[in-house]
Design a protein around this ligand. Structure first.
Ligand SMILES: [Zn+2]
Length: 268
């Protein structure tokens, strides 16, 4: 016998406590893992008491879907020469006597008043990026267009003129919404095919839309517009429409507004 019997008692109590603890922990684990009735609990798919399992189907009220924001392509006329969205092409001439009432001067070129702020902002933004846009020409009257066309024809022949220069009465320049720009960095490419490869041509192709302008005649839309590519010829239609064209990847005003075009002149 030990001379200190209290130690044996204490040891026994400790043993009971340890064994008891193990049993409690084990049974707790058991019920967590297997449930009180021994059926394995699968994640959260615990059986739902039947009272709660009866789901009264709630009839969803007829949902009035919020209308998709639709860009209104009919908000401006495409035939009124004073409309910002007027389409002038070989199928759609402009009235011989039309002259815009609100022409203003921008760097020696005349444009409609609505065009001015965007044109100035664009030239400035291009300059910040190192592209030196030089405004070359804007509005041309019917008579001026007749002169310009005759000059191209005399210099390059009828066939060339047909591809590059509108007949009088068919030019966008008569709307006051079209602008030709030159390259400040490479003037030898002014009005030339190589303009698109100048810093200015590349900048316009990328960013003119941000200022409400489209590069009107591109390699991709020649069949639709009826003109050979002219990276320098810009048409102002406003930022709302150019934003739409950009977002939708639409390559011409004719396609966007559903207006006919092409290389053949309307029978007149
Ligand atoms: Zn032009």
């Amino acid at each position: 016998m030990s001379s200190r019997p209290w130690r044996s008692v204490a040891l026994a109590v400790l043993m009971i406590a340890v064994v008891g603890g193990i049993v409690v922990v084990a049974s707790g684990l058991w019920s967590v893992l297997w449930g009180d009735d021994g059926s394995r609990i699968e994640g959260l798919s615990e059986e739902v008491p039947w009272e709660q399992a009866i789901v009264v189907p709630t009839v969803a009220p007829p949902t009035t879907q919020p209308p998709e924001p639709v860009f209104d392509l009919a908000q401006h006329s495409t035939s009124d020469p004073a409309s910002p969205w007027v389409i002038v092409n070989k199928q759609h001439p402009i009235a011989t006597g039309y002259e815009p009432a609100d022409l203003v001067d921008v760097d020696g070129a005349r444009v409609r008043a609505a065009v001015e702020p965007d044109l100035r902002a664009m030239v400035e933004a291009a300059g910040v990026d190192g592209a030196r846009l030089v405004v070359r020409s804007g509005y041309r009257s019917y008579t001026e267009q007749a002169g310009a066309r005759a000059a191209v024809e005399a210099r390059r022949g009828f066939a060339h003129a047909e591809r590059y220069s509108a007949r009088p009465g068919f030019s966008e320049h008569q709307t006051g919404l079209a602008v030709d720009v030159d390259s400040g960095s490479q003037p030898s490419c002014n009005l030339q095919t190589c303009f698109t490869r100048t810093a200015e041509g590349a900048w316009l192709a990328e960013r003119a839309w941000e200022f409400g302008f489209v590069v009107r005649y591109t390699e991709q839309n020649t069949a639709v517009t009826g003109y050979a590519p002219e990276g320098w010829h810009l048409r102002w239609v406003g930022r709302e429409l150019t934003g739409h064209l950009h977002a939708e990847g639409i390559g011409s005003l004719e396609e966007a507004l559903g207006v006919s075009g092409g290389p053949e002149y309307a029978a007149g």
